[in-house]
Design a protein around this ligand. Structure first.
Ligand code: SAM
Length: 321
């Protein structure tokens, strides 16, 4: 594992006065990866150390971003990548190995991408997972993507992909959104996808996101919603689709009220789509239970707890200049 993973991001932050606040977070991230006592860290580090070398390459425009030219020893590559199980966001083509992840994240991206112009943009992706969307954002012309995700195995997956992409501007910091200062307002586009329902204080999360967007920039918000045009909200007691930490699922009108309460415009609804068992499923690369086991086998319109089955909305919010 490289000892200076964030060198290029550090150089960028040092070169722009408006980004200098990032420097301590970069140091914190490097320290977290160097000194983490997570029990799986030795295995993950060994997996990264065993990755065969390859000629660097990035094609982020492909549904399965291409990271690196194919390596000769596919067996060794696959075994190393498998040690970073579970692969949730993708698909990815890493060193010639096709990683068929739990999610068809390319489907979500194809619903969003036609509405976005990321050319030369500085992007923040909160809850970025293994950085899948960051590769796609670079493919769509973004200048630099700063992703945040506190789940270390996803950061290790990003490092494996980065081993093959070479030094390009898609970074994943092992941090949660709470590590960000309140209101620096320096990113052109801020993404929060699949995170809002995990936050106890949804309006606080939206205010925090607002504080990261440059005046005149954009917020892309994707979250679970309830069907319908009336204002309502589900606050699951216990689990939702077997997830422990789902605090609230609003209807779109309620979500738009929260945006206004956070000081933002209500935004445009780009898409509302039910999650299907072909979009989220167990695969060779994610062998745990997936959506199928979370739905009522008698009535797949309901979760096993009896709540409405997952429906997701994408909103685009133009932040006034
Ligand atoms: C449902 S996944 C969504 C991943 C990706 N954004 C997507 O839309 O496919 C939620 C992600 O948020 C991350 N997460 C959890 N707590 C977080 C926090 N406090 N700040 C930022 N990300 C967080 C999780 O590790 C996980 O990768």
């Amino acid at each position: 594992m490289s000892s200076d993973i964030y060198r290029d991001l550090r150089a960028k932050a040092e070169g722009q006065a408006a980004l200098q606040w990032l420097l301590p977070l970069i140091e914190q991230s490097q320290h977290e990866l160097d000194a983490s006592r997570h029990g799986d860290m030795p295995r993950w580090r060994a997996a990264l150390d065993r990755l065969p070398p390859a000629e660097p390459l990035l094609d982020g425009s492909a549904k399965a971003p291409v990271l690196g030219r194919p390596v000769a020893d596919q067996g060794r590559l696959k075994a190393s990548l498998m040690d970073l199980h579970p692969w949730r966001k993708g698909p990815l083509d890493v060193g010639g190995q096709f990683i068929d992840t739990e999610w068809r994240s390319d489907w979500k991206w194809s619903r969003l991408a036609p509405h976005l112009d990321l050319s030369d943009r500085l992007v923040l992706d909160v809850g970025c997972g293994n950085g899948y969307y960051g590769w796609r954002m670079l493919g769509a012309g973004a200048d630099c993507v700063v992703g945040l995700d506190p789940t270390l195995v996803f950061v290790m997956q990003w490092l494996a992909a980065r081993h093959y992409s070479g030094a390009v501007n898609n970074f994943v910091l092992p941090l949660g959104i709470e590590a960000l200062p309140e209101a620096r307002r320096c990113f052109d586009t801020v993404f929060s996808m699949g995170v809002l329902y995990h936050r106890k204080d949804a309006c606080g999360h939206l205010r925090h996101l607002f504080g990261q967007v440059k005046p005149g920039g954009q917020l892309v918000l994707e979250t679970l919603v309830l069907e319908g045009n009336e204002e309502r909200e589900l606050r699951p007691q216990g689990r939702y689709a077997r997830m422990r930490n789902v605090w609230s699922v609003p209807s779109v009108p309620r979500l738009q009220r929260w945006l206004r309460q956070a000081g933002l415009p209500a935004g445009r609804v780009l898409d509302v789509t039910p999650t299907s068992e072909t979009e989220q499923r167990s695969t060779e690369w994610m062998t745990f239970e997936s959506l199928r086991e979370c739905l009522d086998p008698e009535d797949p319109c309901k979760t096993v707890e009896g709540h409405p089955a997952p429906l997701r909305a994408c909103l685009l919010v133009d932040v006034p200049a």
